[in-house]
Design a protein around this ligand. Structure first.
Ligand SMILES: [Ca+2]
Ligand SMILES: [Ca+2]
Ligand SMILES: [Ca+2]
Length: 291
């Protein structure tokens, strides 16, 4: 009789608590990370659904990746167009005419993909002011023609390529390892490292502005600009990897454009004028990308 009472009581209790869900974890391990006053806990073995990233903080939506795969890189490049006729007293810096135009001509969405930045990054002035968007490609160490991942970033006047916050090193979701690295710009010939570069979560500095032998093609890929600085060739108006009559024709047909963000603006001053045509024809016509 006593056993029956206990059994009935258990049945009653199970009904009462049947809809109660306790919060508990079945993870086998984990850790936490913090950025500023935000702390995130994560566990091992969960499925990743989506992520939201800033330069310094990553938040996973729903389930959480047990470990972020991430490398950090700080390339330095110069663009011939923006480095032609530098501002007086600022001969070591590219011009940022597209940024200081009456209405900022640099878009907040990358011309290469859907990456965006906050318009506030264009308020910085001086050596770290933003010149334009630029594209970084990580390529297969065994086949440099195989692009593994590409990422939009921003270029500062002093050549630093930075993340979309305008200041941080570029972070890319890719495993640590050796990569060929290409840097591309919408109206300049791209460049590719002559050898692979070891990348990891620790920031790797990659100066592609002071040694022509650092890139495939050497002087065919980088133009000597004086003072030991080498720049990517300007004038690939149609972004097809060569500077030819088609680029000149495009620039001629767009000539007269004022306050524009356009490939035909070879010297990146926001206007399409004879100076752009001259830049495409005189030093650069006939050049082809070296990879
Ligand atoms: Ca800088
Ligand atoms: Ca072209
Ligand atoms: Ca121009």
């Amino acid at each position: 009789m006593k056993k029956a009472f206990i059994f009935i009581s258990l049945l009653f209790m199970s009904n009462v608590f049947a809809q109660t869900i306790d919060r508990f974890s079945i993870d086998s391990g984990g850790a936490s990370t913090a950025a500023g006053n935000i702390s995130i806990l994560y566990t091992i073995g969960e499925v990743q659904i989506a992520e939201r990233n800033t330069a310094t903080l990553s938040i996973s939506e729903g389930f959480i990746a047990p470990q972020r795969i991430r490398i950090r890189i700080h390339p330095i490049v110069f663009l011939q167009g923006a480095f032609t006729n530098p501002n007086a007293g600022e001969e070591s810096l590219m011009r940022d005419d597209l940024r200081i135009a009456s209405s900022i001509l640099i878009p907040t969405t990358s011309p290469y993909d859907s990456t965006t930045c906050d318009p506030s990054v264009f308020t910085t002035t001086g050596a770290n002011a933003i010149v334009d968007w630029i594209l970084i490609e990580l390529r297969d160490e065994n086949d440099a023609s195989n692009v593994l991942v590409s990422q939009s970033a921003l270029l500062q006047r002093d050549g630093d390529i930075v993340a979309t916050d305008g200041t941080s090193a570029v972070a890319i979701n890719s495993p640590s390892g050796n990569y060929y690295i290409a840097v591309r710009h919408r109206n300049h010939l791209g460049i590719l490292t002559a050898s692979t570069v070891s990348l990891s979560e620790t920031v790797t500095n990659l100066d592609l502005s002071t040694d022509i032998n650092a890139v495939i093609g050497g002087a065919l890929a980088l133009r000597a600009m004086g003072n030991g600085i080498f720049a990517m060739y300007a004038g690939d108006v149609n972004s097809d990897g060569s500077i030819l009559n088609t680029d000149i024709a495009s620039a001629l047909s767009a000539s007269g454009g004022i306050n524009v963000y356009a490939g035909s603006d070879a010297n990146m001053d926001g206007n399409i004028l004879n100076t752009d045509i001259a830049l495409i024809i005189q030093p650069n016509a006939g050049r082809i990308q070296q990879f």
